[in-house]
Structures are given as C-alpha cells and as structure tokens.
Design a protein around this ligand. Structure first.
Ligand SMILES: *[C@@H]1O[C@H](CO)[C@@H](O)[C@H](O)[C@H]1NC(C)=O
Ligand SMILES: *[C@@H]1O[C@H](CO)[C@@H](O)[C@H](O)[C@H]1NC(C)=O
Ligand SMILES: *[C@@H]1O[C@H](CO)[C@@H](O)[C@H](O)[C@H]1NC(C)=O
Ligand SMILES: *[C@@H]1O[C@H](CO)[C@@H](O)[C@H](O)[C@H]1NC(C)=O
Ligand SMILES: *[C@@H]1O[C@H](CO)[C@@H](O)[C@H](O)[C@H]1NC(C)=O
Ligand SMILES: *[C@@H]1O[C@H](CO)[C@@H](O)[C@H](O)[C@H]1NC(C)=O
Ligand SMILES: *[C@@H]1O[C@H](CO)[C@@H](O)[C@H](O)[C@H]1NC(C)=O
Ligand SMILES: *[C@@H]1O[C@H](CO)[C@@H](O)[C@H](O)[C@H]1NC(C)=O
Ligand SMILES: *[C@@H]1O[C@H](CO)[C@@H](O)[C@H](O)[C@H]1NC(C)=O
Ligand SMILES: *[C@@H]1O[C@H](CO)[C@@H](O)[C@H](O)[C@H]1NC(C)=O
Length: 610
C-alpha cells in the first residue's frame, strides 16, 4: 500500500510545483514588466511580440533570459542595458534596429547568446560587441549588412557559432574575423559576395564546419581555405556561377566531409580533391556532371559515401570508383544511367547501400552483378527498375526470381559483319578507309589497333581516326602506315576481331597533294597523339595473331628476297668477285608519325656471298 501511495505523490509532483510557482509570483511581489511574461524561478522575462518601442520598465535585475523579439525597437544604446549584468541570453530578433552604438552590449558581461536576427542593421560599428568575452553564439542573419569591418568581432574570444547569412554583404574585410579563435561553425549564405578571401578566413583556426550557401562566387582562390587545418566539413551549395574548382583551392584542408552541390561544375574536381585523403563523405549532387571518369576519385582512400544525385550522369567509366576500397554507400539516384558496370569499382565487396533508382536502366548482363547481390545489397527502399528490354520494363531488380535470371540479364557477343579480307594498296597522300561493322547487344564499341599497336578510337584526332560507324580512316597515307590494322568490336558480352592490311608506296600523287601534306604536318606534332598511345591490352585470339604475324613475315621475306635478287644481278653484271658486302640499311623508327622527321637509325649488315 505504502509503495503505491508514494507513486501517486511522484505523479502529482510536477503539477504541484507548477501550482506553487504560479502562486508564488504575485505572492512574493516579484516585478514583471507590464505586458510581459516572467518565470521567476528560471529568471526568464519574455516580451515577445508586444509592440514595444522601447525597453519596458520593471525588468528584474537578476534576469538571465530576456526575450524582446518581434517588437518595434529601433536602437540599442549603452545606457539601456547597463543594469542587466546577469543576462545570459538576449533575443532582439525581428525588431527594427538599424543602429548599434559602440559598447551597446558591453555591460552584459555574462552574455552567452545574442540574437539580432531580422533587423535593419546596415553596419556594425567597431566596438559594438566589445567586452562580450563570454558570448558563444551570435546571430546577425537577415539584416542589411553590406560590409563587415575589420575588428568587428575582435573581443568575442569564446564565440563558437556565428550566423551572418541573408544580408546584402558585398565585402568581408580582411581582418573582420580577427579574434574569433573559438569559432567552430560559420554559415555565410544569401549574400552578394563575389569572394570569400583566404585572408579573412585565415583567423578562424578552430573552425570545424563552414557553410557557404547561395553565393554568386565564381572562382575560389588558390589555397582559399589555408590555415583552416581543423575544418572537418565544408559545404558549398547553390553557387550557380562556379564552373570549375581550381586544383589548389582546397589545399591545406583536412576534411572529413565535403559537399559541392547545385553549382555549374561539369566534372569531378579530381586534382582539387587530391589532398583530401581523410575524406569519408563526398556530395556532388545536382551539378551538371554527365561523365564520371576513370580514377577521378582515386586519392580519396577513405571515402565511404559518395552522393551524385540528379547530376544528369550518363556514363560511369571503368574504374570510375577506382581507388575507393572502403566505399559503402553510393547514391546515384535520378540520373541518366543506362547501366552501372561492376568494372567501375575497385571492388564491390565493400558496397552496402546502392541507390540506382530513377535511371533508364538496361537490364542486360552488365547489371547481373547487382541482381546477384539483390538480397544483400541495401537499396534504401528504392530498388532499381528496368527500362529496357521491353519484356521487363518497369520491373524492379529486387523482384526477379532466381529462375528468371538468365532469361533476361543476357548480352549478345559482338559479331563483325562482312568479314571479307580488306587489302588496300595506296600511294602516299591518299585517303584510305577500312570498314568494320558489328552487331551485338548492347551495341558494341569499335576501335582499331594500328601496326604500331596504337589504339585508334572515335576520339583519336590526327590523321588516323575512327568514324562513328566503325570505319577506320587514314588521311594523307604515308609509307609508315603500311601494315596490318586490327578492328576490335567489344561489348559486355565479349569481343570480336578482324584485320585489314594496307601497303602505301612512296610516290606522292602530285605536287598539290604534297602541299596538302605539309599543311597537315601540323597533325604530326600533335599533342593529342598521346591519348592514342595506349598500350594494347587485348588478348587477341590466336588466329589473328598468327595471320597478322604471317602477313608481316611474308612481306619482310619478300623485301629481303627482292634485295637479294638485286644484289645478285648487280654483282653478276659488274662481274666483281669480292665476297664481302657492306649494305647500309636505313629504317624508320616505329613509334609513329611523331618521329617521322626522318632521323631514322642506320644499321650496317655485313654479308658474305658464297
Ligand atoms: C564568463 O563565464 C565564466 C563561467 O562560465 C565566469 O566565471 C566569468 O565570470 C564570466 N565572465 C564574465 C566577464 O562574466
Ligand atoms: C544583392 O543582390 C540582390 C539580388 O540580386 C539585390 O536585390 C540587392 O540590391 C543586392 N544588394 C547589394 C547591396 O548589392
Ligand atoms: C552554367 O553553364 C552553362 C554551360 O556551361 C551556361 O550556359 C550557363 O549560363 C551557366 N549558368 C550560370 C548561372 O552561369
Ligand atoms: C586529418 O584528420 C584526421 C581525422 O579526420 C586525423 O586523424 C589526421 O591526423 C589529420 N591529419 C592531419 C595532417 O592533420
Ligand atoms: C547532398 O546535397 C544535396 C543538395 O544540397 C542535399 O539535398 C542532400 O541531402 C545531400 N546529401 C547528403 C547525404 O548530405
Ligand atoms: C539518395 O538520394 C535521394 C535523393 O536525393 C535521397 O532521397 C536519399 O535519402 C539518398 N539516400 C541515401 C542513402 O543517401
Ligand atoms: C575479349 O575477349 C577475350 C577472350 O574472349 C577476353 O580475354 C578479353 O578480356 C575481351 N576483351 C574485352 C574488351 O572484352
Ligand atoms: C588540299 O586540301 C584542301 C583542304 O583540306 C582541299 O580543299 C584541296 O582539295 C586539297 N587539294 C588536293 C589537291 O587534294
Ligand atoms: C604543334 O601543334 C600545335 C597545335 O596543335 C601548334 O600550336 C604548335 O605550333 C605546333 N608545333 C610545331 C613545332 O609545329
Ligand atoms: C605524353 O605522354 C608522355 C609519357 O606518357 C608524357 O611524359 C607527356 O607529358 C605527355 N604529353 C602530353 C602533351 O600530354
């Protein structure tokens, strides 16, 4: 019985206290300004929304929390607040204050939190916040500040949180933030700033989070955030004029999260990210990034989360996520992806959560890896949905049964059509083309390998290029172009190869073409040649290798035989009987047009006639 009685008492206790406090106020004769509400126990005075145009009389001197928000106060003078040295929290938000006097708050030595949000302040005079060494939070957002002057905050050595958003700021003076040694969070948003200089930020040694939102800034300086060595999170959001993140702009930072969203950047800022080896989360959502290139995040060794939502992403290249051994969450929701191949990852084993919904996915063998993991992979409540082929349109990847797997998620190996041997003899200067068409599902990619084992693709520029439908075009053929060309058609289902040979003889067509050749010599020094100089990685099937080797051998033997016959005829004709010959054989280096300048090496062959 006794126990249950005590429980009842405990239940009633809060009501009891409330009653006592309500009764005590008038009883003790505590003062409270007219129209305001006071809670004496908490030393709180609230005059929110009372149309006050001046500080009301009768505020108790020991007040700790003073709320004067949403009134019609126009200014704050030193004298107004002189007797409230106990106030810890002062809210002057949503008033009409346009003028602050120097030392306006200097008597409030216990002040920890001050809000001046939503007033009409245009300028903060130096000294307005002097002596507020215990202030930890200051809100100046929603005013009409145009400039932050040097030394504005110099006494605020305990300030941890500063809001200066939603002003008309056009300039932050270099020393404006001097003295803010304890500041941990800073938000600057919706201002007319065109830069946030590294000099002004350099005083914020202990800043942990910096948010820069809705700004018209178009470039970041080199080392824009230097000296912010303790910064862990940086948010750059809604910068419509930012098109490029310069390589050294993030240098000096050691971030654990970075968010660059709603800007106009069109590619992943690989070189800027290079120094951020402790980054664990990267958000690049809502930027017009259509291609995620190979190894573009390679230096982010510790990255666990990558968000690329709504970026119009259409291609994720092989090894796009190369280097990210710890990636756990990948959010590619709402993009233009047709597929996401396993080859994009360093390893998919670390992946736990994948969002691929809102993409026009083709459910072929390239997505098989997701299907195989559909029971363990977390789709975050939004399973990817097939767009093609028609039979499975609209079906969610999570909903396929094991039996249905290999009926749908298949690819058709490329097959090169019309395999007739193409052998072309051309004269120097002519345009030569070799056809290579292939079919397969998904549509095969076609590229060619030159006799020098260079890879020629539709992106190659210079004399040798591959046209859209797979045709190899060699403009202004040169003798060194002679040899066997291999066409490779490749898709996720496999690849098919095919070869063609070209012989170019050294006689130019006419002088006019010679002129055109010199004109095109510009191609030869071509810096773009570099990207075609990719080492041949493909394991060609044996047949192709044998045949191309054979072709090469036959041609070589032919030339040698021809030389021998010439020599023989010549020696007979001259009737000479020496049996030692010194033949000088000059040949061109084989690494391409770049060295066609003609300084081919000369070798000597000594032969004995028998
Ligand atoms: C600041 O706060 C500390 C305790 O938090 C207090 O001891 C000190 O007196 C305060 N400083 C002023 C100027 O009130
Ligand atoms: C800031 O930009 C807004 C919108 O573009 C404009 O209305 C305002 O006048 C600008 N303020 C200043 C101080 O330039
Ligand atoms: C963003 O970039 C596109 C193309 O690069 C350009 O047309 C557009 O004007 C840019 N937007 C802004 C706000 O600069
Ligand atoms: C960078 O930050 C990580 C924690 O996120 C810390 O372990 C590491 O020591 C820091 N590196 C430097 C150079 O400050
Ligand atoms: C990434 O940025 C977008 C746009 O600012 C935001 O909506 C989203 O919540 C962010 N994602 C994460 C995980 O922070
Ligand atoms: C992925 O992005 C979508 C769209 O912004 C968002 O709703 C979702 O919460 C994100 N999921 C994760 C796990 O970040
Ligand atoms: C081409 O096929 C061979 C053997 O079938 C395979 O080893 C090679 O990786 C394939 N290459 C591509 C690009 O698919
Ligand atoms: C030389 O090249 C120009 C432009 O590339 C072309 O118009 C012209 O017909 C060429 N001359 C000959 C003889 O091929
Ligand atoms: C090489 O080509 C570039 C442009 O492609 C040109 O600016 C440069 O002058 C060329 N150099 C020589 C040596 O022809
Ligand atoms: C071409 O490649 C070589 C080595 O791969 C490199 O040293 C050189 O800088 C590259 N040149 C250009 C213009 O990219």
């Amino acid at each position: 019985m006794g126990v249950s009685l005590r429980q009842d008492v405990v239940w009633l206790l809060p009501f009891f206290i409330l009653l006592v406090t309500l009764n005590l106020r008038p009883a003790r004769g505590q003062v409270c300004p007219q129209r305001c509400e006071c809670v004496a126990k908490l030393k709180t005075v609230s005059c929110h929304g009372k149309r006050l145009s001046a500080l009301p009389d009768g505020i108790p001197l020991d007040t700790k929390i003073l709320d004067l928000s949403a009134n019609k106060l126009r200014w704050v003078e030193h004298g107004d607040l002189i007797s409230f040295s106990n106030v810890e929290k002062l809210d002057l938000g949503e008033n009409m204050i346009s003028v602050l006097e120097p030392n306006a708050f200097s008597s409030l030595q216990s002040l920890q939190s001050l809000s001046l949000r939503g007033n009409q302040l245009k300028l903060i005079p130096t000294g307005a916040f002097s002596h507020l060494s215990n202030l930890t939070s200051l809100d100046l957002s929603g005013n009409k500040l145009v400039i932050l002057l040097d030394f504005t905050f110099q006494d605020l050595k305990s300030l941890r949180n500063l809001e200066v958003g939603d002003n008309d700021l056009v300039y932050i003076s270099n020393k404006a933030f001097l003295g803010l040694v304890a500041l941990r969070e800073l938000t600057i948003e919706r201002c007319n700033l065109t830069s946030v200089s590294s000099q002004s930020l350099s005083y914020l040694h202990n800043l942990v989070t910096l948010r820069l939102r809705y700004l018209g800034i178009s470039t970041l300086e080199d080392q824009n955030f230097r000296k912010l060595g303790n910064l862990r999170g940086l948010e750059i959001d809604h910068w419509p004029f930012l098109e490029y993140v310069t390589p050294h702009s993030l240098q000096g930072l050691n971030l654990s999260w970075l968010s660059i969203t709603h800007t106009n950047i069109t590619c992943v800022p690989t070189s800027a990210l290079r120094s951020l080896s402790h980054l664990t989360s990267l958000n690049l959502s809502f930027n017009p990034i259509s291609v995620l290139e190979s190894w573009s995040l390679r230096d982010l060794l510790r990255l666990k989360e990558l968000h690329l939502v709504g970026t119009r992403l259409a291609t994720v290249q092989p090894y796009a996520l190369g280097g990210l051994r710890q990636i756990r969450l990948l959010n590619l929701s709402a993009n233009n992806l047709v597929t996401l191949e396993e080859a994009a990852f360093q390893s998919v084993n670390s992946l736990e959560t994948l969002r691929l919904d809102g993409n026009p996915l083709a459910c072929d063998c390239r997505l098989l890896w997701i299907l195989q993991r559909r029971k363990t992979l977390n789709f975050d409540g939004a399973s990817p949905v097939c767009m093609t082929p028609l039979e499975v349109q609209g079906r969610s990847l999570g909903a396929f049964s094991d039996a249905a797997l290999f009926d749908h998620f298949t690819c058709q190996k490329p097959k090169i059509r019309n395999r007739k041997l193409q052998q072309i003899s051309a004269r120097e200067g002519q345009v030569v083309s070799f056809v290579c068409r292939a079919e397969g599902e998904p549509t095969p990619v076609i590229f060619w390998i030159s006799p020098q084992r260079r890879r020629i693709t539709t992106k190659s520029s210079g004399r040798l290029t591959v046209l859209k439908e797979g045709t190899l075009e060699i403009r202004y053929a040169q003798v060194m172009d002679t040899g066997t060309y291999i066409c490779i058609a490749s898709n996720a289902g496999g690849n098919d190869t095919y070869f063609a040979t070209l012989t170019v003889s050294g006689l130019p067509l006419d002088a006019a073409l010679m002129a055109n050749r010199t004109y095109y010599a510009g191609d030869l020094n071509d810096t773009n040649l570099n990207d075609t100089r990719v080492f041949l990685k493909f394991t060609l099937d044996l047949k192709t290798i044998l045949i191309s080797t054979a072709m090469g051998c036959i041609m070589f033997l032919g030339v040698v035989l021809f030389c021998f016959i010439l020599l023989f005829v010549w020696s007979r004709g001259k009737g000479q009987h020496k049996n030692n010959f010194s033949v000088e054989y000059s040949f061109r280096k084989v690494d391409g047009p770049a060295t066609s300048g003609g300084q081919g090496g000369a070798r000597k062959f000594n032969m004995k006639m028998i």
